[in-house]
Design a protein around this ligand. Structure first.
Ligand code: FES
Length: 321
């Protein structure tokens, strides 16, 4: 995670590293002297410099009204790049870690009154903060929490409380695709001008994107928690022609267009770097893109590309940079 304007970095104390479900740990961070932390709004994430030096981003899951602590729930990603495993296995209460101040690419529009949340597995974390905030603002929400099993899911007990009975649907598929929840009836129509927020594995988000093709794009919001999911074993290197300077740069399989541009000293606005926030949208002037974002509509895909995740289908594309 890298922001175009890098957020402030804070040395914070690990107060808690507690297992709350199979493979999920809750971390609490506070200032050593008890000073208030930078405020955040629901949907915000922080970056944590984990003990092995990697920077990982995690959604805040506590009440945004709290100013004295940050809470994140971290899933031990067996097939990830090792950051979450290192954090869970190594960080202990009393340790100090560098944490970037909250950034929000997944915020709730202040004037909207009705919200529909779809959380897949650990994607529940930003929704927990959203529920705190919406309850404080007397706004309405519905939550569909789709996961493998109660044992492997965070916050199941609190979301099963009687107060949420009419607003929260929790579904476990036991890892069997045949038992997955059918979201089509839920998404068939946009009720009460709802804003939809979806966070979870990329296949879930892609399915929701497809099922909401008839919704206003401004009412559908996604957040990805792993940029690793956007790389494919079949990726090939390609060239990008930068129309404004005429320069041609090589994009190897190990890098994104955005990273290569940065390597060449070209500043491009970016934030999420997982294809969900829309910041890095770039006009594409020639060539064909392999789109991997959750931002662009089909109509926009002909001449736009999100350069933090998407690649070229052929040997070269030309972009308006
Ligand atoms: S930086 Fe967020 S979509 Fe590219």
């Amino acid at each position: 995670m890298t922001d175009s304007a890098s957020p402030q970095t804070l040395p914070l104390h690990v107060m808690r590293n507690e297992r709350i479900a199979d493979g999920i740990h809750l971390f609490e961070f506070r200032d050593r002297a008890g000073s208030p932390l930078p405020a955040f709004t629901a949907g915000a994430h922080i970056g944590i410099r984990v003990p092995n030096g990697a920077l990982r981003k995690y959604s805040l899951c506590n009440d945004p009204a709290e100013r004295d602590r940050y809470l994140v729930a971290v899933k031990r990603e067996i097939n990830g790049r090792g950051g979450s495993i290192n954090l869970i296995d190594t960080a202990k209460p009393g340790d100090e870690l560098l944490v970037t101040a909250p950034v929000n690419d997944f915020g709730l529009p202040p004037r909207a009154q009705d919200f529909l949340f779809i959380a897949g597995g650990i994607g529940i974390t930003p929704m927990r903060a959203m529920i705190w905030q919406l309850q404080a603002e007397n706004k309405r929400f519905r939550l569909y929490y789709l996961s493998r099993s109660a044992e492997t899911s965070a916050f199941v007990d609190e979301l099963s409380a009687p107060e949420f009975k009419d607003r929260v649907t929790i579904h476990f598929d036991q890892g069997d695709p045949a038992r997955s929840f059918d979201l089509r009836p839920v998404l068939a129509e946009r009720k009460n001008r709802e804003h939809l927020y979806c966070c979870g594995p990329r296949p879930l988000m892609e399915a929701v994107r497809e099922m909401t093709a008839h919704w206003s794009p401004t009412a559908v919001h996604f957040e990805a928690f792993s940029d690793a999911e956007t790389h494919k074993p079949t990726d090939r290197p390609f060239k990008v022609r930068l129309a404004r300077s005429g320069a041609v740069v090589d994009v190897p399989v190990t890098k994104t267009i955005l990273e290569v541009m940065r390597d060449h000293g070209l500043e491009v606005p970016s934030s999420c770097e997982t294809g969900t926030c829309g910041t890095c949208r770039t006009r594409m002037l020639a060539g064909e893109a392999d789109h991997r974002d959750l931002v662009l509509t089909e109509a926009e895909r002909g001449d736009n590309i999100m350069i933090c995740v998407s690649r070229a289908r052929g040997d070269e594309i030309t972009i308006d940079r």
